[in-house]
Design a protein around this ligand. Structure first.
Ligand SMILES: Cc1ncc(C[n+]2csc(CCOP(=O)(O)OP(=O)(O)O)c2C)c(N)n1
Ligand SMILES: [Mg+2]
Length: 916
């Protein structure tokens, strides 16, 4: 062995094991040295490969080689027959040509002067055969016996999906002409969004994918969630497969690669990824100086996936069969992606000189070939036979997810202005001559005269009885209907009875209970509801103990497709850790991104599976919207429903945690997501009403006219407080719409103020009311603002109505109606930034002072942190006095006295709220 051997793990491993027969080892190594000397390195590599393969079959080697030669994984002689007669295959080829044509024409027409909304042409050109083989032979629609497959299409290849739907008769020419014109729709079409999402096309798109990487993670969790439904006996998903189409550039996103271990560990063989390796991303090559396919092969194998490389079309088979000394396969393996890209951007002569010409042996292999014949050699991702073989093998593979690495050409068949060009991604139209060339290549029967103006180039669709259309329809019918197709909620849900909510209404008596704990208790009680409980899907990224959910481990159990094969360290304890195939809890490990994907899968089950499942995703509030905001957006885009719980919320409630944990702004971030209904409840009984209303709104019969496809974001706290019992005449409408009065003036005289607070700040406001009376003779009301943002939405709606109906009597915002009878200034506080409280300023009828925890959180005690941000009870008092002074109701010197009295700039002077 050489001195460098110990650099590598495998050699480290060898060196640490005693060699029981060093002489025998030496003899084997010597024979390899001889082999290299006599037959050369290429031959030696082949023989070693053959030996390894043999040893693997005999069970002596269990792990795959991480990186293989740059050739197809499935050898030509193991390929299955492509289904159908040669005539039918030709019909599929024709149909494929039409989808390509119509996709390119649609984007070009959308680029016409005066519209110019753009689109992508080259990505679908590379995908077309990958999609079409699936559409003709694999992807099952929702009427298929097993319920159909779930296909995550590449976002910016959507022109291909639209072009197919047009040929299927699902979209009209006017629809295609409304591509990227969702509102203007001058063509009279339905308005096709640029990328997949169901908002405008609720009957079409299922999975938003264009934010690169998010389709990848969601597809993994979709496959996992399918298993979850199956194992729990909720739905038989055993015959449903998840496919995900991704770009090779997209594989740079951490979300694309970051969840692979879950798919492998959970043995998700119901999942197949197809990575379109056109070797290019937006700006240029993905790995110009290396090989993306080889990198991905090693990466996926290392993560435990089955890898199938589809690199070369059938034309290469003959050459590889003649590659006796492996010069060609070595050349293939030693060529850089940057060069591969360049070959397809040139021509046959260039390929001969710059690829085959690099080795005299390969040069000789193609001596008898014309340049044109060389140019006809295709990449594997454009050869339907090779793709079919790979898809078949993927579905047959058991115990591991599969990734197919298909080598393609970006801008394939679009001519030399497109194919392989660095600029190809952003080319938005074909010129008249590009169109003519494409027409010739695809053999579309359209005259030159119709192609002079590229913006009015015609679509192509023959009569309905054309055999290619008949064949396509037959294939889709056999496979259970068209894809993509989305269906809405059909299942009728029996909502839970009053019972689970009862404990929330009682209050906590002498005990102090945090709202996080109260909400988790509600969750547990809901899960116990006989008819409804199975629908709740608790999702937690490794903080269950923090949120008091560990009691669920033994009762509800943690879902794992493998069950539990070890003896839990705490198996003899009451609250032992229990993993099970029947588990109800989705414990995702430390991944908020994974949790969000699980949330999407569970929260769209009402549509994807017609099984209403209700995700309850609880996280450390700082790590939710901030960490995975784009996924929250995607969830909205997918019309996901469910509850998102920002637990341990607030900028001062987490004793000692500091900057990275103290969330003072998640409601602000959440408020930018149009699908969110945001609440910051103070008390358990408020939460009970909010939660019950949320269930009714999202999963009820929709008769109240509110939009059902929403997500609830509830901030809850870890600070134990006295939970009051629900007052007899609780203002339930106020709680749900965003504000209700929880303490009235005492009527003992003095100037009046109104304290508005939310969440954990409500007890401070209550104490401030006491202090105002005791120290300054001021009479205060206290309002609990359960939702600043619902109030704001209502205010904006009223504004909109008023200016659009200028001659009608103006309407009043809900918050204005609630507060307009009150006298005196209004002082608002919460444990969040000012902008939360400021969001309703416009509709508060009077002087409005806000306190807020702006800036970064600090590590300290709660009272010190609250004093630091000047949001505590004393700060509210001072601010209320200031409000009164501004209105001329007291002298300004009183405010100064209060500042001094409470030592307002001294963090140590901040006090915990005294016991009631
Ligand atoms: C998160 C995110 N970042 C950037 C983009 C913009 N974008 C759209 S497509 C693209 C290049 C994609 O390259 P690749 O994944 O290789 O797909 P191809 O078009 O080559 O098939 C980029 C950067 C995006 N859609 N999402
Ligand atoms: Mg690419």
């Amino acid at each position: 062995m050489t001195e460098h051997d110990d650099k590598h793990l495998v050699h480290g491993y060898l060196r640490q094991l005693p060699d029981s027969d060093a002489e025998e080892t030496r003899e084997w190594i010597d024979s390899i040295d001889d082999l290299i000397k006599v037959s050369g390195k290429e031959r030696a590599r082949f023989i070693i490969g053959a030996i390894r393969e043999h040893a693997r079959k005999a069970g002596a080697i269990t792990k795959p080689d991480l990186m293989t030669q740059y050739v197809n994984t499935i050898p030509w002689d193991e390929e299955p027959e492509y289904p159908g007669t040669p005539e039918e295959q030709d019909l599929e080829r024709q149909f494929r040509s039409w989808t390509r044509w119509n996709a390119a024409v649609m984007v070009t027409r959308a680029q016409k002067p005066g519209i110019g909304v753009g689109g992508h042409i080259s990505s679908y050109a590379a995908q077309a055969t990958l999609y079409e083989v699936g559409q003709n032979h694999f992807f099952r629609g929702q009427d298929a016996p097993g319920g159909g497959d779930q296909i995550f299409f590449q976002g910016h290849s959507s022109p291909g999906n639209y072009a197919r739907a047009y040929l299927e008769g699902r979209l009209t020419e006017a629809d295609l002409d409304s591509f990227r014109q969702e509102a203007s729709r001058t063509s009279g079409g339905r308005g096709l969004p640029s990328y997949p999402h169901p908002h405008q096309m609720k009957d079409f798109w299922q999975f938003p994918t264009v934010s690169l990487g998010l389709g990848a993670t969601n597809s993994i969790y979709q496959a996992w969630f399918n298993r979850y439904l199956h194992e729990r006996g909720i739905k038989d998903t055993s015959d449903q497969h998840v496919w995900c189409f991704l770009g090779d550039g997209e594989m740079d996103e951490p979300e694309s690669r970051g969840m692979l271990q879950l798919a492998a560990g959970q043995k998700l063989d119901n999942l197949t990824w197809v990575i379109n390796c056109n070797l290019q991303r937006l700006d240029g090559p993905v790995r110009g100086n290396a090989n993306i396919v080889q990198e991905l092969e090693a990466f996926f194998k290392g993560a435990g996936w089955n890898v199938i490389k589809v690199l070369w079309g059938g034309g290469w088979d003959k050459l590889l069969r003649e590659d006796k000394d492996h010069a060609l396969s070595d050349l293939m393996s030693n060529t850089l992606d940057g060069d591969y890209q360049g070959y397809r951007a040139n021509d046959g002569a260039y390929l001969r000189n710059n690829f085959f010409g690099r080795d005299p042996r390969t040069k000789a292999m193609v001596e008898d070939w014309t340049d044109d014949e060389l140019w006809q050699l295709r990449r594997g991702g454009h050869d339907h036979h090779k793709i079919y073989a790979a898809y078949r093998a993927a579905l047959a593979h058991k115990g591991e997810p599969t990734v197919i690495l298909a080598q393609t050409v970006k801008g394939y068949d679009l001519g030399s202005n497109f194919a392989g060009r660095n600029s190809t991604h952003q080319m938005k139209k074909l010129s008249s001559s590009d169109l003519k060339l494409l027409r010739d290549t695809l053999q579309i029967p359209i005259d030159d005269s119709q192609l002079e103006d590229p913006y009015s180039a015609p679509y192509y669709k023959p009569a309905d009885d054309h055999p290619a259309l008949v064949h396509m329809r037959e294939m889709r019918q056999k496979l259970g209907g068209f894809i993509p197709e989305r269906r809405g909620q059909r299942e009728v849900v029996e909502l839970p009875t009053e019972k689970p909510f009862k404990s929330m209404e009682k209050g906590s008596g002498k005990l102090k209970v945090a709202t996080t704990m109260a909400l988790v208790r509600l969750l547990k009680d809901l899960m116990r509801d006989k008819k409804f409980g199975f629908r709740m899907v608790p999702i937690v990224p490794d903080e269950a103990r923090t949120f008091g959910m560990d009691a669920m481990f033994p009762s509800s159990k943690i879902f794992n497709t493998l069950g539990q094969h070890y003896t839990a360290v705490d198996h003899d304890m009451l609250l032992s850790y229990k993993e099970s195939t029947q588990g109800q809890l989705l414990h995702t490990g430390i991944t908020e991104a994974g949790s969000m994907s699980a949330f999407c899968a569970a929260g769209t089950s009402y549509s994807t599976h017609n099984k209403v499942m209700i995700p309850f995703y609880i996280f450390y509030s700082m790590f939710g919207f901030q960490r995975t905001g784009d996924q929250m957006w995607q969830a909205m885009d997918q019309l996901t429903k469910g509850f998102i719980i920002g637990a341990t919320a607030g900028r001062t409630t987490l004793q000692g945690e500091g900057s990275q944990h103290m969330d003072g702004h998640s409601p602000v971030l959440a408020s930018t997501n149009p699908g969110m209904i945001i609440y910051d409840a103070a008390y358990a009984y408020e939460l009970a009403h909010i939660f019950r209303d949320g269930l009714e709104r999202m999963y009820g019969d929709g008769s109240d006219g509110r939009s059902q496809e929403v997500m609830y974001y509830l901030t809850v706290y870890n600070e134990p407080i006295h939970q009051p019992a629900e007052p007899e005449n609780a203002d339930v409408e106020g709680i749900i719409r965003g504000i209700h009065k929880i303490a009235d003036v005492d009527g003992q005289g003095g100037p009046k103020v109104n304290l508005l607070a939310s969440g954990v700040a409500v007890p401070w406001a209550m104490e401030a009311k006491n202090m105002l009376r005791r120290d300054w003779g001021v009479d205060a009301t206290v309002y609990s603002v359960t939702s600043w943002y619902e109030l704001r939405k209502d205010g904006l709606k009223v504004n909109e109505h008023n200016y659009l109906h200028p001659e009608e009597a103006p309407q009043k915002a809900f918050v204005t109606q609630k507060l307009e009878g009150e006298e005196g200034p209004f002082i608002a506080s919460s444990d969040f930034e000012h902008q939360v409280q400021d969001s309703i300023r416009e509709w508060v009828p009077g002087t409005y002072e806000t306190l807020g925890a702006n800036g970064i959180g600090i590590s300290d005690t709660r009272p010190a942190a609250r004093r630091h941000f000047r949001i505590d009870d004393a700060s509210i008092v001072v601010r209320a006095l200031y409000g009164l002074a501004k209105e001329g109701k007291i002298d300004r010197s009183v405010v100064k006295q209060a500042i001094d009295k409470y030592d307002l700039f001294n963090a140590v002077a901040g006090k915990a709220i005294p016991e009631a």
